[in-house]
Design a protein. Structure first.
Length: 208
């Protein structure tokens, strides 16, 4: 049975709702935020990021609400709540599924923290909150690449095509020295050997 690690007032309500819509059995473990709005350390004992939502299905612990929704729908949903790949609604379905986290909430949460300091999170230090989260994400990426050559495991997948921009962002836009992250450095070198990557980057970012 799927366990939902639910943080109050958080995105994990999506997963509880999804399970109800699908009529699937589940159990919930509840957690409360610390005063700094971060999830409590007990959640990081379950997964290094300790983010909400997290689920457990057998041996698998999974984070990212969009990925969790796709996982539950595809593995347990029996075809409910998802248009067929050939259906007219499928492209827009995918777009909005990814837009919610990838665009809308990324900016809305950023604005909530960096705005005028009012609102629900006005008492929390934006810099501390963002630094803490960014550094945990970076450490998680680094440790994942220490365990396996590619993000999904042994083989190159589209997940690498999504993730390489994140790592490159650190270099290109944060101008960060990646020396303290040897797994990322090796990963970039490995990806850099792919002819398709070289061709795409020569086209996308030609040297002046
Ligand atoms: N993009 C992630 C966002 C996860 C996330 O930031 N969750 C918030 C709750 S809505 C959280 O865990 N906050 C506490 C923390 O950052 O420690 C997802 O969709 O799962």
């Amino acid at each position: 049975m799927i366990t939902i690690y639910h943080l109050s007032n958080s995105r994990s309500e999506r997963i509880i709702w999804l399970m109800e819509e699908l009529g699937l059995p589940y159990r919930v473990e509840k957690f409360h935020r610390d005063a700094n709005m971060l999830a409590p350390a007990e959640m990081r004992a379950i997964h290094p990021l300790g983010k909400s939502p997290m689920i457990r299905d057998g041996d698998i612990v999974l984070i990212e609400s969009g990925a969790i929704v796709e996982y539950i729908i595809n593995r347990h949903g029996g075809g409910k709540l998802v248009p067929a790949v050939s259906a007219a609604d499928y492209p827009r379905y995918l777009q909005w599924l990814h837009f919610a986290e990838g665009s809308a909430l990324a900016y809305l949460v950023g604005r909530m923290f960096l705005g005028d300091g009012s609102g629900m999170l006005g008492q929390v230090s934006s810099k501390d909150f963002l630094d803490e989260n960014c550094e945990r994400y970076i450490d998680y990426i680094e440790s994942t690449l220490g365990e396996q050559p590619y993000f999904a495991g042994a083989n190159f997948t589209a997940a690498d095509i999504m993730m390489i921009y994140v790592i490159d962002f650190l270099k290109r836009f944060e101008q960060r020295d990646l020396t303290p992250y040897p797994n990322m450095v090796r990963y970039l070198a490995r990806i850099g050997e792919r002819p398709a990557f070289q061709k795409a980057m020569a086209f996308a970012n030609p040297s002046p």
